[in-house]
Design a protein around this ligand. Structure first.
Ligand code: ARG
Length: 467
């Protein structure tokens, strides 16, 4: 970049003077216009309450409510002109209201401040985001349950350290993500309970001398009760921090699932295949199928964790009550809402889309002497060995198999007997991967019967909790 251009970049803006700089740093309309619905709903509820309490004339309240409805229609039709000079969504709407209904518009802001107004708008927006997330997690869980049911018997390697550990069922693996997603859902519900308080009426910071009815606006806006401390109400947006925390955890879960899809869809693994809908080709290498969607889901925590850390950092050390710093919360939260919604839609779509290569999974499940623990358990059960000793004998069996280049189930009986004379032909019944998973019937274990039980447990729970 030439010296001249960079001067223009910096100098050009400063040249237009302090007013322009102030407008640039202060205006939030470019992003907070997203709150228009909440802002209008809040203003309608406030105006109706002011009218009902006799704080403003009933006719003025009606004019205001009417005007606000017109503004909402204008914004939805795309005919509303947003102005940066008017700073934010609150003032843009109020100004337009004055144009539409005249002086009565000036009565709307009685017993209210932009501080409780923004606390309300943002809270309602985050409430809707939690509700949408909860619903979308329900769809994600439903997709996982269908896969789990279809693959209750599909045997695959279970990994620790990404090394083959013990055979598990793919259905059980899907159910692991069901558990995570269900906890994410319950975190949404927990947060919604704490969020269920109406901030409107805290006014600038100290409440108001007007005889407002905060219970009435609470009911009109779908809150159970008003907030109890006006200073806290305009200071703390911790519902936003909670959303970002929940979002970060959820995105982390999705990222792990996505990473498995990336690994499993490589030719080396070949466990799953995504259709063209969720893969892309390479512009130069015709043979490639790239799991782009999975990679982008894997990447989303970068933004979402970033938003969480960013907002925690903005809020730390702020003295009570409102400071303009808090305006910086919105872009982070909006971006996290959108990123997570997209990641969740993509994860749900991929789970429904992917086809499982049952044979490749089964083959890999037998690699790496994955049933060694079953042999040790057999020695404990059938020969009465203490587990530690059984572990030792099994270790010798593994090294014999390894040096002859065969699997445990291929070792001849006399070889096994030479390790412990109490071993008999029944040992072959535990060395196969199917027998291994079938035997793991302990509660929470991987057996196909357990998987089917868990699928119906979760289906029932989803139905009773509502999707
Ligand atoms: N746009 C502001 C925000 O998002 C609204 C509140 C402004 N309040 C104030 N006292 N300047 O925080």
């Amino acid at each position: 970049m030439s010296q001249k251009t960079s001067n223009e970049m910096w100098g050009g803006r400063f040249a237009s003077g302090p007013d322009a700089i102030m407008e640039e740093i202060n205006a939030s309309i470019d992003f907070d216009k997203r709150l228009y619905r909440e802002d209008i709903a809040g203003s309608k509820a406030h105006a109706e309450m002011l009218g009902a309490q006799g704080i403003i004339a009933a006719e003025d309240a009606a004019l205001i409510v009417d005007g606000l409805a017109k503004i909402e229609a204008e914004i939805e039709a795309g005919t509303f002109t947003f102005s940066r000079r008017l700073e934010d969504i609150h003032m843009n709407i109020e100004q337009r209201l004055a144009e539409l209904i005249g002086p009565a518009a000036g009565r709307l802001h009685t017993a209210r401040s932009r501080n409780d107004q923004v606390a309300l708008d943002f809270r309602m927006h985050v409430r809707a985001a939690f509700q949408a997330l909860e619903a979308k997690l329900g769809e994600f869980i439903a997709a996982l349950l269908d896969k789990a049911e279809a693959h209750a018997e599909t045997v695959m390697p279970g990994f620790t350290h990404l090394q083959v550990a013990q055979p598990v069922t793919y259905g059980h693996h899907c159910l692991a993500y069901v558990e995570m997603a269900a906890r994410d859902r319950s975190r949404c519900r927990d947060a919604l309970k704490r969020l269920d308080e109406n901030p409107l009426g805290a006014a600038a910071l100290a409440g108001t001398g007007f005889a407002i009815d905060r219970h009435r606006t609470a009911a009109a806006l779908g809150f159970s009760t008003p907030t109890r401390n006006s200073l806290d109400t305009v200071s703390d947006h911790d519902f936003a921090l909670e959303f970002l925390s929940v979002a970060a955890i959820c995105a982390t879960h999705l990222s792990r699932l996505a990473e498995e899809i990336v690994i499993w869809s490589t030719p080396q693994f070949g466990f799953v295949r995504l259709s063209d809908a969720f893969s892309t080709g390479s512009s130069i290498m015709p043979q490639k199928r790239n799991p782009d969607a999975a990679e982008l889901v894997r990447a989303k925590p970068g933004r979402i964790n970033g938003a969480l850390v960013s907002l925690l950092t903005v809020m730390k050390g702020l003295p009570l009550t409102y400071s303009k710093d808090m305006q910086e919360d919105k872009e982070q939260v909006f971006d996290a809402i959108d990123s997570l919604a997209l990641a969740l839609a993509a994860a749900t779509g991929m789970i429904r889309d992917l086809t499982v290569n049952v044979e490749a999974m089964r083959k890999a499940a037998g690699h790496g002497f994955s049933t060694a623990t079953d042999l040790a358990d057999y020695l404990v059960r059938e020969a009465g060995l203490p587990f530690r000793e059984a572990h030792h004998v099994t270790g010798r069996a593994v090294s014999l198999a390894e040096s002859s280049g065969v699997g445990l189930e291929d070792l001849p009986l006399d070889v096994l007997k030479s390790l412990d004379s109490r071993i008999d032909a029944s040992v072959y019944g535990v060395l196969g991967v199917d027998a291994s998973v079938r035997s793991r019937r302990s509660f929470g274990g991987t057996a196909p019967d357990n998987v089917r039980e868990q699928v119906s447990y979760w289906r029932q729970r989803l139905a009773t909790e509502g999707k």
